[in-house]
Ligand binder design. Structure first.
Ligand code: Q9C
Ligand code: ZN
Length: 341
């Protein structure tokens, strides 16, 4: 299968994040994508291609236009204040505080985010934009008949909602690609999110729509980030009611437990009648992941790919999380190899 990748991801390199009360170097770092690319090459998965430029229009099909323009222009406004350290949000509206959009950059950073896990530096927008173009380019391969494609996206996207960033995510690459598949002629698309964290942003974007089925297998939000979404009773709304499935699992879940949820998700997808599948491929379910609590092992990812392939659907794999950098390439490419085998 074809991999899409851009070196632009290196332009995005956050300094620090808060983890368990401690300021730490960002877990979401450039070496993650480098390790996956190296494994794609060393296993001979297939050709690696640079993305085409589809512009902002397909991004604004799922994201609020003002939010996208804010992301694009934020660094220039920050730098104009004489600031050169990472840009970060610091204040958010809680219950009963009306969410008006303030005028200055600090207020707007809070307005357009839900947490502080989204540092930006001078090159971040270019990396964010290119990551979305990587997903769009990979999507285009399915539209022209390939059975699978891999979007090696960085930064990741599944926590980014219609008009907010969070959790290392700025633009929702998988959602942007899904909408492009629909705009290119697909009637229904299923999104399977296997990242350790609930794909709250993707859920937000498609929550009221029946043309996109969203399923996420993740750490139980009672105990795990993103804390406020990912419960099993979130089933969709309005016309989208019944098209959202969450599988929250307990800490310590291993392949035996995890694959039961996968089997149910695959059964639901098979019954939906999708024209294509988008997989939000996070490998932070790995037993050694530094910020997660599942117990999948490297060979389990081969099984994951094989079982996803059993659907027989054209499938787009979009890279999301995974922070055990030494094994991230092995685990991510195992899913793709398992799919292709
Ligand atoms: N102590 C993705 O995997 N911090 N984002 C969790 C746990 C945020 C993860 C802290 C994790 C965001 C794309
Ligand atoms: Zn994750």
């Amino acid at each position: 299968m074809q991999t899409f990748y851009s070196d632009d991801h290196r332009l995005h390199h956050g300094q620090a994040e808060l983890n368990n009360g401690q300021l730490m170097p960002c877990f979401e770092k450039p070496s993650r994508a480098d390790m996956v690319l190296e494994r794609v090459r060393s296993t001979g998965l297939g050709p690696v291609q640079a993305p085409e430029d589809f512009g902002l229009a397909p991004i604004k099909r799922v994201h609020d236009s003002q939010f996208v323009d804010f992301l694009k222009g934020a660094w220039a406004r920050w730098a104009a204040l004489g600031r050169s350290h990472d840009m970060l949000p610091l204040a958010w509206p809680p219950r009963r505080m009306p969410a008006r959009c303030p005028e200055d950059i600090d207020g707007q950073l809070g307005y357009y985010s839900f947490d502080a896990g989204v540092p930006m530096n001078a090159g971040s927008w270019q990396a964010i934009y290119s990551s979305a173009q990587v997903a769009l380019s990979a999507q285009a391969r399915l539209a022209t008949g390939d059975q699978a494609a891999f979007a090696l996206c960085r930064p990741p996207g599944h926590h980014a909602g219609i008009d907010y960033m969070g959790g290392y995510c700025y633009l929702n690459n998988a959602a942007i690609a899904t909408q492009a598949l629909l705009d290119g002629g697909a009637r229904k698309v299923a999104i399977l999110d296997v990242d350790f964290h609930h794909g709250n942003g993707t859920q937000d974007i498609f929550y009221q729509r029946p043309d996109v089925l969203f399923l996420s297998i993740h750490g139980d939000p009672r105990h795990e980030y993103p804390c406020f979404a990912g419960y099993a009773d979130e089933r969709g709304e309005g016309a989208g009611l019944g098209y959202n499935y969450n599988y929250p699992l307990a800490a310590g879940s291993d392949w035996t437990r995890w694959s039961q949820a996968l089997a149910d998700a695959l059964r639901v997808i098979a019954g939906y009648g999708a024209d294509a599948l988008v997989v939000s491929l996070g490998v932070d379910t790995y037993k050694q992941d530094p910020i997660s609590s599942f117990k999948l092992d490297s060979p389990d990812y081969l099984r994951m790919g094989e079982q996803i392939a059993s659907l027989g659907l054209p499938s787009l794999f979009v890279m999301e999380g995974g922070y055990a950098v030494e094994e991230i390439g092995i685990n991510a490419v195992n899913v793709l190899s398992g799919f292709s085998s």
